[in-house]
Design a protein around this ligand. Sequence first.
Ligand code: C5P
Length: 412
Amino acid sequence: MIKGKHIVLGITGGIAAYKSAILLRLLIKSGAEVQVVMTPAAKEFITPVTLSPLSGKPVVSDFFAANTGEWHSHVDLGLWADLMVIAPCTASTLGKMANGIADNMLVTTYLSAKEHVMVAPAMDLDMYASPSTQRNLATLAADGVEIIEAAEGELASHLVGKGRMAEPEEILKRVEAFFARKEDMKGMKVALTVGPTYEKIDPVRFIGNYSSGKMGFAIAEECAARGAEVVAVSGPVNAYPENPSIRIIKVESALEMEAAAKEEFKKADVGIFTAAVADYRPEVCADQKIKREATDEMTIRLVKNPDIALNVSKEKEKGQTFVGFALETQDGEANAQKKLEKKNLDMVVLNSLADKGAGFRTDTNKVTIITRDRNVAFPLKSKREVAADIVDMIMTHRAAADGVADEKNTAK
Ligand code: C5P
């Protein structure tokens, strides 16, 4: 998986920098091409002389080579990298990355990186736990950076707690998992419904809801990053995914969303209904803006919108996997199980509204994923990490379904 991949290994100024040499060796032994980028402080802990023979490339640390004036292009490095791993990552570099403070070669390379970035923080336990470090980690996670959490143990200060950099072998496993995962959706088509729907009252007013589309687009990004061809039928939202390969079909109302979803989901291997569809729409939309002066009271008659997931899933064919979302305030798991059956879905992602940081307009979410044979509860994570969990579950489910189909064929 790693063979021939281009990895930028960023090293910052922490005691754990000595472990970077071991990580570098492991990556090189796995067949990767590795370019080391160090912050000036990192050179106080480990010298480029140790690292460049291991990587077989000169270490980059400054914007210019002092003796020749040659410019080291962070842009080129950012384009070259299939993955950037920053290990160890100090509190200072985390803060710079989270806020775009590009005052060294490592942070500029991070800002130029087109592909995935992982950080393995390492610092004293109190620095790790401090609100500012945790805030920066949350910002980076929301930006799509993969955080390899620090481990518990004895720290350089001889204090014991959370702050040790993950071991090089552990980091290598995450790198392997990234490249393995990256291609597991190649050749697959994924369709999603995303965001809210707006139901028109008159030319300037509508009934809508607070859905931001963030969860749906995080899943779209995850699938596209893993090689799938992705189309999202999206209601009105403020932010769209960054990956230009994701095709977006913009719709406004539930009826428009249903028409587009019917077309797109029938071509998809995986269909995911993340949209918060308005349950009702005004029976009629006034031709002209309704005047306030006209009456003291007004009544808008609402009629039921179609259940898009239910209607589209009626046409589900063998080999297709359809996933719905559920937001329940009571008996969540039981209701999600019922939804699975009623809507002919393979999986329901249950959002918990009771938990802080979960649900609409947040960058984090806490979900339980329900299939016919198991319920898996996940802790609070960034929406991108939740997206990866959902996609992992979908892929496991599909592999198991394929296995069952194979067994049946063999039995025949
Ligand atoms: O029935 P309930 O609204 O709880 O179901 C939620 C799931 O069904 C979500 O996946 C949502 O996207 C989908 N849904 C839909 N069309 C509706 C209502 C819900 O596709 N009209």
